[in-house]
Structures are given as C-alpha cells and as structure tokens.
Design a protein around this ligand. Structure first.
Ligand code: ADP
Length: 625
C-alpha cells in the first residue's frame, strides 16, 4: 500500500492542540506513559503466547530499550511486545476517537494546566507531543510480517505507510524532540543521566528490563524490576507504593489508602489494593472497566479482571498475584473457577475490614472516602446479602441531629429509651428533606431522623429492614406511631371529635380528590402545615416512584397515597364556611400543596398558579369590605 495522508478526527485535533500548547512544566511524564505502553505490549504478547507459543520470535527476551541521538535530538523507545497491525494503528492512534479522547477534549481548560492526567483517559500516547514536534511509530504485529510506519507533526494530519520493520515483532517510537530552550524547557530528554533518573522515579518496578547504552557502549539496565507486591510491606516506602499506584491507574493523585497483604492457607496469593482519593473521570459511566489486575506467579494475565471484585467495590484498584491458578486460564474459565471465587471472597472481606478499620480510627479519612464512593458501596446492601451485616456498619447518613454524618450504630446509641424505630425520610435533596413538614412532629418530640437523599438509599432501606432489632420506619408512610399508650388513648377521643366536626370537609376532599388519593384522614403528623400525603406501609414511596420514572419505568397504575390533614390548621375551619365551589377548588389547591411538600411535580402547574392568583384576588376583595 502506498503512503497515505489522513486527517485526525476533530476530537483528537482538539486533544493535540491542548497537549502541544500546554505550559505544564512536568513534561517528563510522557516517558512514564510511553514506557507503560511498551510494558503493556510485552504483557500482551506474553499472555497470548501462553496459548499460541509460535507467536514468540526465537530467542525472545522481553525488553524495553531507550536510544538517543543528542545531535539530531531524537529519543527512541523500543519494545519487542505485541506490536500493532495497520488497522490497529489507525484505530488506536488515528481516526477513531475512543471515549477518553472526547472526555479529555471536553475538559480542555482543566487539561491545559493538568495534562499529566492524560493517562487516565486512555490516550497517554499523545503525551509524546508535549515534548516532540514530530512522532514516528514503526510497528509490526506478532504473528505477521507486515510493518507499519505512522508519522505526524501533530498539526491535524498523519501519514501511514507499509514498511517492514528490521527488528521484526514490536514497536519503535521515535520522538523528534522540540528545540531545547533553557528558558522554558526544563529538561533535556536526550541526556542519559536525566533519562536514568526518570526511569528510576516512575518506572522502576516495570517487570521487564529497561535498557540503555552507556558512554562506553555497554548496555545498562535502568530499573530494578522488583515485583513490589512480592516484597514485605516493611521494605516498601510510601513513595514506592504511590508510584506503583500511579503506574496501575494513571491517576496522578496519591491513593487514599493502600492495603497490601499475603493470603496463606487453603489458597495462596498476594494482593496489593488501593482506594483512590478521587473518582476517575469516567466513573459511573456504563462502559467503565473495573476489576483487579490478575497475575499468576508473576506473569501478567489480564487487567480489569471483574471476577476478582464485585461491582459495588469497583472503586478498588490493584492486583492479585496467585500461586495456585493455572496459567492456561481464559476469561470464560475464570468465571467458573472455584479458586477465583475464593480469592474474590477474601479480597471483599479484606476491603470491608479495612474500611471498618478506617471508620473507627480515622473518621475524617473515612468521610472523605465516603463522599467519593459511599454511593457505590451502598449498592452492596441489596447486591451482596452475604456481607450485608458488614456493609450496614459502614453506612453513613445525614441526620437531623447534627451536621456530621452518622452511622446506624451511633444513631441507635442516641435513641430514647422507649424508641422502637429508626426514623428516616427519603427525598431528592438535603434542603428539601431537612425542611420537610413530615419532620414537624418528630422534631417536636426530639426524635432523630435520618435524611436519605441518595437515589440508592431507597434500595438500601429496603434491604436493611432492621438494625440491632430496631425496625426502620419511613416518616412518610402511614402508621407512624409516636405516642405512648396513654397519649394515644387521650388522642383517640379528640380525633373522634375532630373527625365528626370536620366531616363535611373530609367528604368534600374525598369526593373532589377521589381519582388522586386513596383516602383522606385526620392525623397528628403535622403541626404547622395543613396537609400531606403518605404511602401505605407496603407501597413504594413517592420518591421511589419518581426514581423509577426517571429510570424509564412508568408505573402503570400510579400507587395512590393517603391524604392526611392537620385538624388544628385554621384553613379547615374556614373551609367549613365556604361555598361548595370554593370548597372543591380549595381541595385541589391543598392536594397540589401536598404534592409539592413531598417533592413531587404538579401535574398542571399553570392551573395551580391561576388558582392561587384567584385566591389572592378574593382575599384582597374581602379585606376591602
Ligand atoms: P492506553 O494505553 O491507555 O490504552 P494510549 O493512547 O497510550 O492509551 O494507547 C492506545 C493504544 O495503542 C493502546 O491501548 C495499545 O493498544 C496501542 N499501543 C500504544 N503503544 C503501543 C506499543 N508500544 N505497542 C503496542 N501497542 C501499543
């Protein structure tokens, strides 16, 4: 095929523009990204050769080489990994934008000052353009004999050509380094000493030798290649843990917590796990890969092994190196492998225990974790019944009793002696629920209420049911009993009386709102608000119904709620004296108010506002006389 010139797609152009014009001073990180790609390529070839041994060239010894030419300002990064076919080059480094390209370009302002985040977006290759004004890639895919040369100056086009690669399988990346100006370019990337210290700093633990010729023409290995996870924790510095984390995740932040251990006994493996400080950019999007890297006896098998981690712990990064699994594993086999299940179980226990430990020993750190990943962890309540008891102790909730979040255990320890329930309210936002009229009576009685505003909370309370023999009780559902037996008896009389008194109003409300509510009853749930809606004990809450609708499900027959009225509110006494038309109009307004109070939308907001305007006019007229 003849040499072709092609255009980058719009998003890659944008991305290159950011990278090329970045004023970021730590441009050195390009080396970490490119060495990491080379190491991944060797990993892949090694793994594929387990089942296709003929892919390995004769006398293959995996290695990454650095070559420099200071006069021509060239830096080459050479690997004998899997290589790429021509289609793969176009796909990975050319025209087809992967999700990360778009995300990176969208964050252009942020990325101009923090291009080091580039690796997180899966587009680390382009970091080469931070230091080079021309990049040449020469690659040959394992098992093929056709080489490909790709070249670009980053100006919007690239060329691609078929040229055999003299070294056979593998990839050579040649960076034509930008003019070295001492004022803005801090480092010379053809300088051997400089390269050596950068490799030590970022890539020391890369499992393959990174080699470079010294002044005498002898080949030197720059990295120690120690598998960090096989060393004992006491021999590892914080810095080393951090660098390894950055290598694994391309996350430039420090990890929040590191968990490194060796499991012994029925199965043997080493695990090095990290909790990140912050969510990665693509967290929660559906195509996000998660899982741990799997090694078997130090051989890299795969990244993102989902079988090692349940989805509700998808924020955990790290690796497992097993001594027992067979090297001939495949994804399909992993799913049924009993030992893999055992490893996952062990990892889950360890992570949950570490979180418990953090919660008890460093509450600030735990809350910082919770703010990022609490919602994800909560999915384990309905998702992992076997560990429900452990997860429930890790939950934090907003509460009416303090600005600080609380655990269930802390809530229970503050409960009044005769309190039987853990009270909670669900809704869309803290400001909405913390001012909710449903709280009126409980506040009056000094009862603490958990404020649940995370969509997943509806499922969490659904699977929790009770905690330390205290049942959970929604304060938006019927049957909220806050009184002692004596108080109840006393109130029963009063209620009978009030029901008798307000009978005509209750009947008008029932008649007018027949198609909207199940029933209209007097209650003492409220103190200063006239009406509210409550769900029957076993019906979904209004909040739950809204969530289901947002998720695309439609309730065929929306579950009707019960309207509760506050008999002490003056509006009902006035209503008794109003004309029948006024009464039914008021009934509609009260129903609309009740919907707003529970956080629901009004079916006809225009009508509601007209009704309110009409009331205002009426009120003005009546004060005139
Ligand atoms: P990432 O490595 O995060 O996927 P990059 O932009 O760095 O993103 O690389 C894109 C893809 O190009 C890689 O996923 C890999 O398939 C391919 N690639 C990059 N460098 C090499 C290499 N040295 N050898 C083989 N393939 C490579």
């Amino acid at each position: 095929m003849a040499k072709q010139v092609q255009n980058f797609n719009a998003e890659i152009k944008q991305l290159l523009d950011i990278v090329i014009h970045s004023l970021y001073s730590h441009k050195e990180i390009f080396l970490r990204e490119l060495v990491s790609n080379a190491s991944d390529a060797i990993d892949k070839l090694k793994f594929q050769s387990l089942t296709h041994p003929t892919l390995l060239p004769a006398d293959w010894a995996p290695a990454i080489r650095l070559e420099t030419n200071p006069e021509q300002r060239l830096l080459k990064i050479i690997d004998n990994g899997i290589g790429m076919s021509q289609e793969e080059v176009t796909e990975f480094i050319g025209t087809i934008a992967r999700s990360g390209t778009k995300a990176f370009a969208q964050l252009s302002q942020e990325m101009k000052s923090k291009p080091e985040l580039i690796g997180q977006f899966g587009v680390g290759f382009y970091s080469a353009f931070m230091v080079a004004d021309k990049v040449t890639l020469h690659t040959q895919k394992a098992g093929t004999s056709e080489g490909t040369v790709w070249e670009s100056t980053g100006d919007g086009t690239y060329s691609i050509d078929s040229v055999p690669r003299p070294d056979g399988t593998g990839t050579t990346l040649t960076l034509h380094l930008k003019e070295f100006k001492t004022d803005d370019e801090v480092q010379d990337f053809t300088d051997a000493w400089n390269l050596k210290s950068l490799i030590k700093k970022y890539s020391d633990f890369i499992a393959y030798p990174i080699k470079m010729k010294n002044d005498k023409g002898e080949e030197e290995t720059l990295n120690s290649q120690k598998a960090l996870w096989l060393k004992s924790p006491s021999e590892i510095t914080k810095e080393e843990y951090k660098e390894f984390y950055q290598h694994l995740t391309h996350d430039w932040n420090e990890p929040l917590k590191t968990v490194h251990y060796k499991a012994e006994g029925t199965m043997e493996f080493n695990a090095l796990l990290y909790l990140p400080n912050k969510k990665p950019f693509n967290y929660n999007t559906r195509d996000t890969e998660f899982g741990l890297s799997l090694y078997i006896k130090r051989v890299f098998i795969m990244a993102d092994c989902k079988e090692l981690l349940p989805p509700y712990l998808r924020f955990v990064k790290g690796l497992v190196d097993s001594a027992d699994l067979s090297l001939n594993v495949s994804r399909e086999l992993l799913q049924q492998d009993r030992q893999v299940t055992q490893i996952r179980k062990n990892v889950v226990n360890k992570v949950l225990a570490s979180l418990k430990d953090m919660l008890t020993k460093d509450r600030n750190q735990y809350e910082s974790f919770w703010n990022e990943f609490g919602s994800t962890l909560k999915e384990g309540m309905p998702g992992d019944p076997a560990n429900k008891e452990k997860i429930q102790d890790l939950l934090l909730f907003h509460t009416t009793s303090s600005d600080k979040m609380t655990t269930l255990d802390e809530y229970v320890s503050r409960m009044k002696a005769d309190q039987k329930h853990i009270y909670y309210i669900t809704g869309d936002s803290l400001s909405q629920v913390s001012n909710s009229p449903y709280l009126e009576r409980l506040k009056e009685k000094g009862l603490e209420v958990l404020l649940l505003v995370d969509p997943v909370d509806e499922w969490v309370v659904g699977s929790l049911e009770n905690y330390k023999e205290k049942t959970l009780q929604s304060i938006m559902k019927e049957g909220l009993e806050l009184d002692t037996e004596d108080e109840k008896k006393q109130k029963e009389e009063e209620r009978k009386h009030q029901t008798e008194n307000l009978k005509p109003v209750l009947e008008t409300l029932k008649k007018t709102l027949d198609s909207n509510v199940k029933d209209v009853v007097i209650s003492d749930r409220l103190t200063s608000t006239p009406v509210c809606l409550v769900s029957s004990a076993h019906d979904p809450s209004a909040h739950m119904q809204r969530l289901m609708e947002q998720m695309g499900g439609q309730y065929k027959n929306p579950v009707k709620r019960i309207m509760e009225i506050n008999p002490n509110h003056p509006v009902f006494e006035k209503m008794m004296k109003a004309s029948p038309e006024q009464q039914s109009q008021w009934a509609e307004i009260l129903y609309a108010q009740a919907l707003l109070t529970e956080g629901s939308n009004l079916p006809d907001p225009v009508k509601f506002s007209q009704q309110i305007a009409a009331l205002m006019v009426q009120a003005a007229e009546s004060t005139k006389h």
